[in-house]
Write a protein that binds this ligand. Sequence first.
Ligand code: 13P
Length: 279
Amino acid sequence: MALYTMKELLQDAQEKKYGVGFFNTFNMDMVRAVIRAAEESSSPVIIGTAEVLLKYGSFDMITPVMLEAARRSKVPVAVHLDHGYSYDVIMQALRWGYGSVMYDGTREADHADNVRNSAQLARTCHAMGVGLECELGSVGGLADAAGKVDQMAYTDPNDARDFIEKTNADFLAVSIGTQHGVYKATPKLDLNRLAEIHAAVDVPLVLHGGSGLSDDDFRNTISGGIRKVNVYTDIILAAKAAIHADGDEAYGDALLRAQDAMKEATAVKLQLFGSAGRA
Ligand code: 13P
């Protein structure tokens, strides 16, 4: 089926009201796991890496793997850069052929900087035929290079309209109560806020921090307008559990079992998001 752009995948999801999963894949086992799950589920899927994950697999090594796996896959696969903070990394992603990138301006000193940078990057990305995801409010839970953890701040629906008008971003990551990583307490999602954001902007909405949410959380947020769901922690936890289950196993066999475990964990999400059977 080959390589698609995130814009193409989310356009179909927007029309038919389902969610598409985004999974971080910084090595070949993760790429294989996610694409196998998508193929077995006849589902479109988005794979990619993030600026903070480049230490595990650099652009020049992992991007050709992702693009080649996408081209060979039996289902539509898009390749996306998650959480780009620096201009340099986003420019490199454009050069390496990502169909879409995320600029995360939520760490900027003030909101105006997020708006200005997002608008400038949208111009550059669009000139190159690349889609741009931006974030407003802050999902929270990610640590910066100095170890400082982002605090959660809800997205204001009125700001969302203004932000999309001013920046021309293609996809909007919203903060409605999710956080990145393992939850310390059961998350309570603000579905009214999501409904207001959905009514305020036309672009596909993105939910970060998909690990640890309940089946109902996915159903409610997708019926409330979420079109892309980011999941990372749950997938690597499945891999870790598989590797630790048998300490005597040969290294290669442990990796294969981890790949199977990640594939299973991914397939569960694809069913929940409603993308299974859509490829
Ligand atoms: P989790 O690790 O909480 O699933 O979040 C993933 C994510 O949002 C990546 O951008």
